[in-house]
Ligand binder design. Structure first.
Ligand code: GLU
Length: 548
């Protein structure tokens, strides 16, 4: 009886009822195979690859089961919330094409019937359930100072299992109505704590969709379910929201396994059906000495999802790499189905790896090289331009100023080539990779003993240079000139008596290549020359002469 009176005293103004709440959140009309899941980030201003990993698993599970994916912003920890942090979440998810069936738009409009999808807008709901637990004697108000900051008394209580009702450890656990009233009349604030029914000696079992059956000590702490400012910590909000919103599977990082017993106790106390967990492994990295450690915000720029956008990785690179991490079978599937979109690769919670994946940038880059190699030149140009428009305005202006030229550059050694080039893994590197197109060479990769020979050949070559009309014509032109100057056109003969020649035709071509691009190796030189145009090629040849 006292409990009911205490509850009314603690929440005098609460109008909302449980009945009204359940009416607002009816059961979803789906069959049992349709997974309802969610991504529930806290707005921290940083999207960690581990969080995104979770979002991506949830996205696939919902999509592959024709289920529902919703986004819930967990912003009850106001100290942590920073401005524009929500924007980062929406931007990153949007960029990578993770679409939600239900969410709240940035300007506050709920899309879907189970909102609000932002926890700070659900405070009354949490209060209704906290009040009910107090009424039922399953929770109690705690007036200890610094309830959330943990006073000494609370620390003691948390480290000692509750095997009695010793008030020394528990000054608030069994307060009478009069005592509660007295505290309130003194103007003291209170938190609500769960009155755990466990002793700390019981073991509980629960099933995890990835890890199978798990066993752990039952919770034995009277943990806070409502802070003194009326906001719920993660555990309480999770139990209520995932129940009301009809979540069928909670995908979350395995760092939550240790607190699962306390979460399950809450479902039980609230008379809710226990939720099904799918604790995904965390992503690790090897350090220099070969030991693994969690990929971290502090040391690894690749832990930040914005990194991949700023470096200009194709979205599919990251998504395919994550699929590799989720299930090693993806690699074989990709080999057998090089042209299918990754969306065709389906997996269930059962297929998710139990082994912690190790992040490897080299492998990610290899995946990226293959993905970019499969793009047409036209597509590559489009993607490069989209990247430049966001991160390098000057480059974007240039790319747009001569579309045809840059499309041709992207097509080089690609469209129609039986062995398309596989050296580009992101859009950012393309500027450096193609620097000979943007800038005249600032240095020449040429051995000092070749300088005179190169100069002689180039002087002749530039004399009546005109743009050849095909690769063959270009090569034949070089051959004729090289032979005239004492180079071997027959490589066999050259190899037999190299001292009889200034070099072979390949050497002559190399001199021209270096004069135009600065480099000994480049994609097909003829193509580069057509992209640069006759005028520019001539200029570069001239300049290289003066340089020696
Ligand atoms: N807000 C929690 C986090 O960001 C969500 C965990 C969960 O998905 O339940 O870690």
């Amino acid at each position: 009886m006292d409990n009911k009176k205490i509850a009314d005293l603690l929440f005098p103004d609460l109008k909302l009822t449980e009945e009204e709440i359940f009416k607002k959140y009816p059961r979803r009309n789906l069959n049992e195979n349709q997974i309802v899941t969610r991504f529930a980030p806290s707005p921290t201003g940083f999207m960690h690859i581990g969080n995104f990993f979770q979002a991506f698993i949830s996205y696939n599970l919902a999509k592959n089961s024709n289920g529902v994916l919703f986004l819930r912003i967990e912003d009850t920890d106001e100290k942590r919330e920073i401005k524009e942090a929500k924007q980062v979440i929406y931007d990153v998810l949007g960029e990578f094409g993770i679409k939600f069936d239900e969410y709240q738009t940035l300007d506050g409009q709920d899309i879907g019937n189970y909102g609000p999808y932002v926890q700070s807008q659900r405070k009354d709901i949490y209060k209704v359930f906290a009040k009910r637990l107090v009424e039922e004697g399953k929770a109690f108000p705690c007036f200890c100072k610094k309830t959330e900051g943990k006073s000494d008394v609370l620390k003691l209580r948390e480290t000692k299992f509750l095997d009695n009702d010793d008030k020394e450890y528990d000054p608030c656990r069994d307060l009478s109505y009069e005592e509660v009233k007295q505290h309130l009349d003194n103007g003291e604030s209170f938190a609500i704590r769960l009155k755990t029914k466990h002793q700390g000696t019981e073991r509980i079992k629960f099933n995890d969709l990835i890890k199978g059956e798990l066993e752990a000590n039952a919770n034995a702490k009277d943990f806070v379910i409502l802070k003194s400012d009326g906001t719920p910590p993660y555990a309480f909000a999770h139990a209520i929201d995932d129940t009301l919103m009809g979540t069928t599977i909670v995908v979350r990082g395995e760092e939550y396994i240790s607190s699962a017993p306390s979460h399950l106790e809450l479902f039980d106390a609230l008379d809710f059906k226990p939720i099904t967990y799918c604790h995904n492994p965390l992503i690790y990295k090897l350090n220099e000495s070969g030991n693994r450690r969690k990929i971290s915000k502090r040391y690894d720029p690749e832990s930040n999802m914005l990194y991949y956008l700023e470096e200009g990785y194709p979205n599919d690179t990251i998504l395919e790499y994550l699929l590799n991490m989720i299930n090693s079978g993806f690699e074989i599937w990709r080999r057998n189905n090089p042209d299918l979109p990754w969306q065709e690769f389906k997996f269930t919670p059962n297929d998710i790896t139990t082994v912690a994946p190790i992040f490897d940038l080299v492998k990610l880059n290899d995946i990226s090289k293959n993905i970019i190699a499969r793009m047409s030149g036209e597509k590559l140009y489009e993607n490069w331009l989209i990247f430049a428009e966001k991160y390098d305005e000057e480059l974007a202006t240039l790319l747009k100023s001569d579309r045809e030229k840059f499309v041709n550059l992207c097509k080089m050694d690609r469209d129609g080539s039986p062995k398309p080039r596989k050296d580009i893994y992101n859009y950012k590197m393309m500027k450096e990779e193609f620097n000979y197109i943007f800038d005249r060479p600032s240095s020449y990769e040429i051995a000092s003993e070749d300088l005179d020979k190169a100069n002689e050949l180039l002087k002749e070559y530039v004399k009546d240079f005109s743009m050849p009309s095909s690769n063959e014509e270009w090569f034949n032109g070089v051959k004729v000139l090289a032979e005239k100057l004492g180079y071997a056109v027959d490589n066999k003969l050259y190899k037999q008596n190299p001292e009889n020649y200034k070099g072979n035709v390949a050497k002559a071509c190399e001199f021209i290549r270096v004069a135009i691009t600065g480099k000994k190796n480049s994609p097909t030189l003829y193509t580069i020359m057509t992209i640069l145009g006759e005028e520019e090629v001539k200029n570069r040849l001239q300049i290289s002469l003066k340089n020696d």
